[in-house]
Design a protein around this ligand. Structure first.
Ligand code: CP
Ligand code: NVA
Length: 303
């Protein structure tokens, strides 16, 4: 069964092939070509957290491929509240051909995949955001060419987005640098797992100025993720020196691109000047979520 839970079981070649497929689908779409390869298929979606990009890109992508989607928010699905997770999964599998789950504990994604007879796609958990990473590699490939040997400097929280991008980058031979205050760096179990499973080029550099010195891409995300709103003030203090702003960009190579998974907290992790500036690719990056996920939906449902 094809699942996308955390990318750990994907090879570098599988990731690169998906990114190439996504580029082909994007080119075809720009020429107005839609292949209804998923006609008659239905994508089920359960989202316990809000979403603009992930939800709309999956639903639009599914429609472009000739399929349909059904969306349930957390209250409607009532995971473990209205009914048990295994009962929900087994019922969903009677109706749909694949399921995207956005949830809090990553364990829910693993449990979902364990019970499911249909492909399960992690649409973000507290720990990982693999769909974001796949779309992001398409963006890096478009901006910078071959992924191998490229350097992505992630300035900010060692969160779900950072973990998944570090895994995906490591698998395709790109270097990933995390620059964060000590307590917000990657956790030890992640680093241990990374060393044994991914074995990519991963560095942690305290000083953001040094971290971006050889970057092809400077990446950031919010300092407090969904579910961490209560920590926002405290985190803001620790992360103050890690803002992606014009000064930081001056320390990077001139051609470096700026990426942000969005939504952005403008004026916190990134300034308007940078997010709206000429080096930012954040909005085409958001668009690429759909192209990568179309390739993912074909992989999941066509086998
Ligand atoms: N980047 C991302 O996943 O955005 P949403 O939370 O809006 O889906
Ligand atoms: N780290 C962010 C990503 C949002 C797409 C969060 O989890 O809220």
């Amino acid at each position: 069964m094809h699942h996308l839970t955390d990318l750990l079981d994907w090879t570098g070649d599988q990731i690169s092939d998906l990114v190439k497929d996504a580029a082909r689908l994007k080119k075809a779409q720009l020429k107005g070509k839609h292949e209804p390869r998923l006609q008659g298929k239905v994508l089920g979606m359960i989202f316990e957290k809000p979403s603009l990009r992930t939800r709309v890109s999956f639903q639009a992508g599914m429609a472009q491929l000739g399929g349909q989607s059904v969306f349930l928010n957390g209250a409607e699905a009532g995971l473990g509240v209205r009914e048990s997770l295994p009962d929900i999964v087994r019922t969903m599998c009677e109706f749909v051909d694949a399921i995207v789950l956005r949830t809090f504990e990553h364990e829910n994604v693993i449990e979902f995949a364990r019970w499911s007879t249909k492909p399960v796609i992690n649409g973000l958990s507290d720990y990982y955001h693999p769909c974001q990473a796949l779309g992001d590699l398409l963006t890096v490939r478009e901006c910078c060419g071959d992924l191998k040997g490229k350097t992505i400097a992630f300035i900010g929280d060692g969160n779900n987005v950072a973990r998944s991008l570090a895994i995906a980058a490591g698998k395709v031979g790109a270097r990933f640098i995390l620059s964060a205050p000590k307590r917000y760096r990657f956790d030890r179990p992640f680093l241990e797992m990374y060393q044994t499973t991914v074995r990519g080029l991963l560095d942690e550099i305290d000083d953001p100025i040094k971290a971006v010195a050889r970057a092809d891409v400077i990446y950031t995300d919010v300092w407090a993720s969904m579910g961490q709103e209560g920590e926002a003030k405290e985190r803001g203090k620790h992360f103050a020196a890690y803002q992606v702003n014009a000064k930081l960009l001056r320390a990077a190579p001139k051609g470096a691109k700026v990426m942000h998974c969005l939504p952005a907290h403008r004026g916190e992790e990134i300034t308007d000047e940078v997010l709206d500036g000429p080096q930012s690719v954040a909005f085409p990056q958001a668009g690429n979520r759909m192209h990568a996920q179309k390739a993912l939906l074909l992989w999941a449902m066509e086998g």
